[in-house]
Design a protein around this ligand. Structure first.
Ligand SMILES: NC(=O)C1=CN([C@@H]2O[C@H](COP(=O)(O)OP(=O)(O)OC[C@H]3O[C@@H](n4cnc5c(N)ncnc54)[C@H](OP(=O)(O)O)[C@@H]3O)[C@@H](O)[C@H]2O)C=CC1
Ligand SMILES: CC(C)CCC[C@@H](C)[C@H]1CC[C@H]2C3=C(CC[C@]12C)[C@@]1(C)CCC(=O)[C@@H](C)[C@@H]1CC3
Length: 346
């Protein structure tokens, strides 16, 4: 009996386990001795130690088999922000998360750890060392973030100690690392097409970039500390590298590390913002004729030109969080993992 309980305590399901963060979650959970199920809409890797369940998380019936006998569910599935599909974000992040909560309760899962985002409080203006007490953004920066807010509220309000069901949310910021399909590849694509010439603003704005293994560490600590009476129940926690850096210094380090020139000309923030806004308007007017997805958008200008870094004191205090990989080491490991994006030296 005792052995059965111990192994059930170490059985988990990673919803979104085929994604960038999800795959790193699976790797670390296996290393820590967990038995791991993956539920995802796609299978992107093979591992004999992992049981895969393919399906859409909006379908509660499809989720149930993946949650049988499991004590912890990690929910880190979401449509990619770049899909820019309002209906899909709403369907998966909001309605789908309701289905996840219902399925967890029905299957008798005790703990649900959601991957939320620190951006749920960001409105495009400076946030310096923001705590979890900041209010949700009234004007979120995009539809994706709008539905991350709905999703987080849904999960946190489902915390129900009376029925032995505990929930918490991790709010990472700027996740990067090996196999990330977004940050480094988008940046290098922009550099290849000559779009990385300008620093928006004075280049001093600090931002959090968080190495994927630190994000994973935060999730696992959350699961292990989430229990009756703990401070984690129904609460959200920032997980960062705890080393905010100037946005443009970080970008320049990635660019030079892959043999691309760093941006060197400055453009005032307001000018960049209004140019991006103007470009969006032009593309919107042209949209009945042609669909173009711009690299240069008002949202990206806001992300690149404002301060947005967060305090992770609450995670340190309540779950003993401390980053396990420093930013320097994280950048080196990340650069080494993208040999195919490295420019050959002339
Ligand atoms: N990357 C970042 O910088 C940050 C990410 N986050 C959050 O972290 C989480 C993980 O992000 P990340 O790993 O980058 O994202 P990925 O897109 O790499 O992974 C998400 C996974 O979920 C899958 N998925 C999407 N929709 C469904 C569905 N309806 N049913 C089942 N599976 C589905 C995706 O499949 P498919 O690829 O086919 O869509 C993908 O495999 C997300 O919740 C994201 O919002 C928060 C802050 C920052
Ligand atoms: C820290 C963030 C919350 C998470 C990072 C997400 C990144 C994928 C994007 C955030 C800012 C983006 C950005 C660009 C690329 C993608 C990001 C790094 C550009 C460098 C793309 C080229 C441009 O036109 C610049 C103005 C963009 C600056 C912002």
């Amino acid at each position: 009996m005792a052995t059965h309980l111990r192994s059930a305590g170490k059985k988990c399901t990673v919803i979104g386990g085929s994604g960038f963060l999800g795959q790193h979650m699976v790797e670390q959970l296996l290393k820590k001795g967990y038995t791991v199920n993956v539920f995802d809409i796609q299978k992107r890797f093979d591992n004999d130690r992992v049981q895969f369940f393919l399906g859409d998380l909006c379908d509660k019936e499809a989720l149930l088999p993946a949650l049988q006998g499991v004590s912890v569910a990690f929910h880190c599935a979401s449509p990619a922000p770049s899909s820019d599909n309002r209906e899909l974000f709403y369907k998966v992040n909001f309605m789908g998360t309701k289905a996840v909560v219902e399925a967890c309760k029905e299957a008798g899962v005790q703990k649900l750890v959601l991957t939320s985002s620190a951006s749920v409080v960001f409105e495009g203006t400076d946030i310096k060392n923001g705590s979890e007490d900041l209010p949700y953004a009234k004007k979120p920066i995009d539809y994706y973030t709008e539905t991350k807010i709905l999703q987080e509220k849904e999960v946190l309000s489902a915390n129900d100690p009376g029925n032995n069901f505990f929930t918490t949310a991790i709010r990472p910021h700027g996740i990067f690392g090996p196999r990330d399909p977004q940050l480094v590849p988008i940046l290098i694509q922009a550099a290849k097409s000559g779009k990385m010439k300008f620093i928006i603003g004075d280049g001093k704005n600090l931002v959090d970039f968080t190495y994927v293994e630190n994000v994973v560490h935060g999730h696992i600590l959350a699961a292990e500390n989430l229990q009756k009476g703990s401070a984690l129940c129904g609460k959200a926690f920032h997980i960062t590298n705890d080393e905010p850096v100037p946005f443009w210094a970080f970008m320049s380090r990635i660019l030079t590390g892959l043999n691309y020139d760093p941006p060197k000309y400055h453009i005032p923030y307001w000018l960049a913002y209004y140019l991006a806004l103007f470009l969006s308007l032009v593309l919107w007017l042209l949209s009945p004729l042609v669909t173009i997805k711009p690299t240069f958008t008002p949202m990206r200008v806001a992300l690149a030109g404002t301060f947005h870094y967060y305090s992770c004191e609450r995670a340190k205090r309540d779950m003993g969080y401390k980053p396990v990989v420093s930013l320097d080491e994280a950048i080196d490991r990340t650069l080494q993992s993208y040999p195919h994006l490295r420019r050959a030296k002339a």
